[in-house]
Design a protein around this ligand. Structure first.
Ligand code: SAH
Length: 240
């Protein structure tokens, strides 16, 4: 009897110690993995290292909170991961490159098409004044909105809808990022870009070579387009 009591007390103590010690050490482990991910992204960026402000933002955002729980241990690998509904969270290297190309400044207002997990929106929110993000798949959009709120990202507004048409009430934007592949630059998005603004968008059909494009709207209203790197994104869906 006495022995049973002692065993019970020991396992209760064990559980207590687990909750007190294991959780903080798990957080420290994720912090270390995130730091390693940042170093790996910089190392694999070659001749185009992202601005330190981009890497600082990615060093802060807890990517493991944006993937399904069972994938959390893999969250800091330089890979895309499934987030449900046939969609993926982009590879960290691509997130870094796209964010870098946007040249975000502190006072900027940014539009994202394709909220997905909300990870890219969180990275943008660390750098810009406000972020607007649109997702077409309702459960993904709702989940991301709750996640961003619970993580304290108060400068992100989300909406469920077809991002092809942008967010006219919040326009014009300093920067626009499209995180799904389109066949062409959506004219409503170009219209909602400020003079001097930048848009990053993967162009090309799904299952074919797609290219990440940098679209710049010059001060005189003319538009220049530059092909950056071949990429692979899920297609931009919707009724357009
Ligand atoms: N930026 C996301 C990853 C995006 S994956 C992240 O950080 O996790 C691409 C997302 O674009 C998917 O969630 C997909 O549902 C969404 N999408 C596809 N077409 C869309 C459209 N027309 N409007 C808004 N979102 C769209």
């Amino acid at each position: 009897m006495k022995c049973q009591f002692a065993a019970g007390a020991a396992s209760a103590l064990g559980a207590f110690l687990y909750f007190c010690c294991a959780l903080p050490s798990q957080a420290a482990e994720f912090d270390a993995l995130r730091q390693k991910m940042v170093e790996e992204v910089v190392a694999s960026s070659g001749s185009t290292p992202p601005d330190p402000s981009v890497m600082a933002a990615m060093g802060k955002v807890e990517r493991h909170r944006f993937v399904p729980g069972w994938l959390a241990p893999f969250a800091y690998r330089n890979h895309p991961l499934p987030i449900g509904y046939g969609q993926t969270i982009s590879q960290p290297l691509i997130v870094a490159r796209m964010t870098d190309l946007l040249n975000i400044k502190e006072g900027d207002t940014v539009l994202e098409i394709g909220t997905g997990s909300g990870y890219q929106a969180a990275v943008l929110a660390e750098m810009a004044k406000s972020v607007y993000s649109i997702e077409i798949i309702e459960p993904l959009g709702k989940q991301a909105a709750e996640r961003l709120k619970s993580l304290g990202y108060e400068n992100v507004e989300t909406r469920v809808g077809d991002g092809y048409y942008g967010w006219p009430e919040a326009a014009p934007f300093d920067a626009i990022i499209v995180t799904a592949a389109a066949s062409h630059v959506p004219p409503p998005l170009l219209k909602q870009l400020k003079l001097g603004g930048r848009m990053v968008i993967p162009l090309g059909a799904s299952f074919m070579t797609q290219y990440l494009m940098l679209v710049e709207k010059q001060q005189d209203g003319s538009v220049t387009t530059r092909q950056i790197v071949p990429v692979r994104f899920v297609p931009l869906s919707g009724g357009h």
